[in-house]
Design a protein around this ligand. Structure first.
Ligand code: NPG
Length: 370
């Protein structure tokens, strides 16, 4: 496929409900949608950067400039038959994994469409439905959290993740366990604690949690190994894992027993699949994280989560949980067994609704090969 044209769009989409974590409160999501055209096919990808460097060091502005000045010039006008060939053209640029993942996912979609196969199939997916859960932000009180979780259980979600932050942790787990002793429950600290806070985690170690996600620094692997040694509950790393090399270090140091995979955080589906395969070889389960994606990113996430070692439910909820109107059709709906159906059409298998995409686009830039 010859890459003739690439377009990037900065989008702003209002969330149905605000989302509070230890990093702050979000009411809308700003991402970059990437469109690639070549040989009569169009591929779409979503770059999951945010307005401010709170979760990752990348932002909409940094990703925009790296896409415009480095990644797009590296591939525009080139002919590629595999995504690896595009990666080889930009691999000299260090970091900026979310920017790379946005462009890489659009290329995966375009190449899968050119071949007439689904992205899930092209990535090596083996399931037609993927287990999913819901990630619940910090609420005003433990009672409000219990009510919110109850509402999600009523919707059919069978796995609940809650956000914790210093001072808003053990009592939340206790309140939920009192009301829902058996529900599949996990907590996510988004790097808000230090090793000296170990008593917080000891206090929830008998709560039957599936896992404790990213308790310590977003740059740490070593201290997590010390914490994991002291706990029965599995630690899962998210922010600390940027690559296969990080995953290897984490598993060799026994820093965690589970890994969260987000293509944006690790630079794309290719690196995600490599981490997935490595974890499978070490009998370490993985699950798919979420970055409040629109239907474009969600479709890619569902495809990736259909690989066999994604054995824990992902943070990939139904479209309605995030946005009143998604920008793709069909939108993603929750099946009664707490799964989402993996699209089977070519590429990401959903259609981008251009009028809706136009309404949420605040800036657009187009690059053509001449
Ligand atoms: O369902 O997409 C989802 C949200 C899952 O909790 C979720 N994401 O830390 O994993 C996280 C968190 C997040 C969301 C982080 C947005 C950064 C931005």
């Amino acid at each position: 496929m010859r890459i003739d044209r690439i377009e990037i769009r900065h989008t702003k989409m209002e969330l149905v409900t605000s989302f509070e974590t230890s990093m702050g409160i979000e009411t809308q999501e700003e991402h970059i949608m990437v469109r690639v055209d070549g040989d009569g096919v169009t591929g779409w990808g979503e770059c999951v950067v945010e307005e401010l460097p709170l979760y990752s060091s990348e932002t909409v502005q940094t990703a925009w400039s790296v896409l415009r000045d480095c990644l797009i010039p590296a591939v525009l006008g080139k002919t590629i038959s595999k995504v690896e060939e595009a990666i080889a053209l930009w691999t000299k640029f260090r970091g900026h994994r979310m920017a790379k993942a946005g462009l890489e996912s659009a290329l995966w979609d375009a190449l899968a469409k050119a071949k007439g196969v689904s992205l899930a199939k092209m990535l090596g997916g083996t399931r037609d439905r993927v287990d999913v859960g819901v990630s619940v932000g910090l609420q005003a009180s433990p009672e409000a959290l219990v009510r919110k979780v109850g509402a999600h259980l009523d919707e059919g979600y069978r796995r609940i993740k809650i956000k914790i932050a210093p001072g808003r942790d053990v009592e939340l787990v206790k309140a939920l366990r009192k009301e829902y002793p058996k529900v599949l429950l996990q907590v996510d600290a988004n790097s808000a604690y230090e090793l000296s806070d170990i008593d917080v985690f000891r206090a929830m170690d008998d709560a039957g949690l599936l896992l404790i996600e990213q308790p310590l620094s977003y740059e740490d692997i070593y201290d997590h190994s010390k914490l994991q040694r002291e706990l029965k509950t599995a630690i899962c790393l998210d922010e600390s894992i940027h690559s296969l090399a990080d995953a290897r270090a984490a598993l060799e140091l026994n820093s965690c027993r589970v890994i969260n995979i987000k293509p944006g955080r690790v630079g794309g589906f290719t690196e995600s699949a490599a981490i997935h395969d490595y974890c499978a070889s070490k009998k370490i389960p993985v699950w798919h994280g979420g970055m409040l994606e629109s239907g474009i990113g969600r479709a890619g996430n569902v495809a990736l989560a259909s690989l066999p070692n994604f054995t824990l439910p992902g943070d990939i909820s139904a479209s309605r949980r995030y946005y009143r109107e998604d920008i793709v059709e069909p939108e993603f709906v929750l099946n009664p067994d707490s799964t989402l159906t993996v699209p089977t059409g070519p590429g990401i298998g959903v259609t981008v609704l251009m009028d809706r995409l136009d309404r949420v686009t605040v800036r657009r830039e187009e690059f053509r090969h001449r």
